[in-house]
Ligand binder design. Sequence first.
Ligand code: SF4
Length: 242
Amino acid sequence: MEDSISLTIDGTEVNVERGTTILKAAEAAGIEIPVLCYFAHTTANGLCRLCVVETEGVRGMQAACVAEASEGSVVHTDSPGVQSARKTILEMLASTVDLSEAPELHKLMQRYDAQPKRFEGGKRRQPEMIDDNPMYIRDYAKCVMCWRCVQVCAADAQYTYAIDFSGRGFNSSIGTFFDKPIPQTTCVFCGQCVGVCPTGALKGKREFLFEQGVAPEDIFQVTRRNGKNQRSLKGPHLDRGG
Ligand code: SF4
């Protein structure tokens, strides 16, 4: 292979093109590294750190989705340190975010023996669900801040820039400019943000209403162009309970 490098991942030697990320190099070696914010069709940012790996001689852990594989390196993708880091990341996520509609994360929590109650009593993200347009709902209590939706709305796909990060620290969230309702933004309702959301934080309105037990004919009244006011179907789904 032209301009290729060789490295060892979990004891398997692999040759990849220079510039390949550790995540892709592992894939080439038949090794799957768990991911959350990473999505094959958006730019990787190393935000969630779930894909961290240990490389011998390198200080700290590297996010495999953005770290480049290097010649002669020896990488461990499932060492005790890596497992412990992933377990803690998952536990912290579960302590702050509603992961009830994130089955892939549930599988990872089982795999890493993550205890969702480890940080019980900590502050949770519980913003009100936003139901401001006929096409999709935004339930940011389920948002893990993976940034996929922002990226497909921006330069990775749609070039619409209707949503972005807002706020800082624990109070950071995905939002619109000046918190305007979606119909007052540049959103063109392409649906790509809904398609890439891994947690159900963004959901098609029809699917959402169907899950709430709303009759199909009423759903069409809400989601069709000349249907009646969508607000008329708001109801108990807004109650979060304890
Ligand atoms: S709304 Fe969904 S896609 Fe957007 S950042 Fe949150 S979890 Fe990710």
